[in-house]
Design a protein. Sequence first.
Length: 257
Amino acid sequence: MTSSAQKFGAPCWVSLMARDLGASQHFYGAVLGWDFHKGRLGDEFAVAVRDGSPVAGIGALAPRLQVAVAWTPYFATKDADVAAARIRERSGTVAVGPLAFSLGRGALAADRDGAVFGIWEGALIPDWQSGHKDAPAWLLLRTRNAFDAAIFYGEVLDWANERPGCCDVGFENDEVVLVSLGRVLARLSSGATGAAADPLLRPRWDVHFPVEDVDATAEAAVEHGGTVLERHTTFEGAREATVRDPDGALFTITTHV
């Protein structure tokens, strides 16, 4: 099994903490065609699978935690304690952890602009990686200033250093891009504002799931209690739609892979 030390700095998983695990499984199963297997973290956590490959995790949010339901990306790190200390030193926030689990240690954090993300030290989910042509998900950070954000994440996660296996950072189509082995793993885009009334304009990690037909998938989301907030075509010609699930979590469906 691959270790986070081998993929340090790279996105390694996406997860949703839902208020009703069963209802979330029903929604995402109907809309995105996912099946669910029991995870190794207990009965309150499930792994979403499509075509035999793991896609994402969905867990039950403890009632005592008064936090927003949201899709959260996790990044591999060699040492969760070091990464957590770096987050705090750079005016970010570590909300939970690092906590020990059966396969490693993780923490939930927010960057300086409030975008929530996780860090993970330990074993990685087999067959899950962003950036390849059959990626189960890809990531876009909507942030105030992409260059400032790249510095923050670069210093926390060891991007763009000279150590073997690290992720490189570049610039493409007015966005900062995180690259490994020639593949774009994530994009960082400027223009978000924390004071925006529109949730789509606030700083956040936007998790994208590829689908064959964006419009049909968007209609399925509405039929099962979700809301379509925006539809558009990218400059590359990809169709996209931003959806809010019945629990309030935002995600994007896209034909871009």
